[in-house]
Design a protein around this ligand. Sequence first.
Ligand SMILES: [Zn+2]
Length: 167
Amino acid sequence: MHCPVCGFEDTRVIDSRLIPGGQGIRRRRECPGCNERFTTLETAQWAYPRVVKRDGRREPFDEHKIRTGLLRALEKRPVPTEALEPIVMELLRWIRSLGEAEVSSRRIGEWLMDRLKTLDQVAYVRFASVYRDFQDVQDFRRAIEHLADPGEEVDAPTPRDPPSRTA
Ligand SMILES: [Zn+2]
């Protein structure tokens, strides 16, 4: 890389070390032009698609929001918090693998519900109530019936649902 001080076109790496936890590499560099030394940090950079909300607004994908939503659904349930981590990691991999510029919050929600269904059924219904924006007891009944009959199409639209925009 160029020297950030004098703009010299090549700088020498004089030291490289893994940062604690192994999530990146810190390099000490020296500029042959002005002898200035500086440090660069190299970490993986993931490009996540923007999330298209139900109302059409776009927002950056937020891993923290996903965790918060899952923790809320699992509150006071006999599921260890550590059980969430593999689900979050798998979700991140799945989203990156889509290679799309945008993904609907609905599609993310359905993916997570699918995982929660096998993890904890109460958490599944709680999560579904938020993601599908349950309006009344009928919606809860439908979600619970779906647990009893897993052969049913997951994305079965209720009369209120807008048309699915997933590809
Ligand atoms: Zn320089």
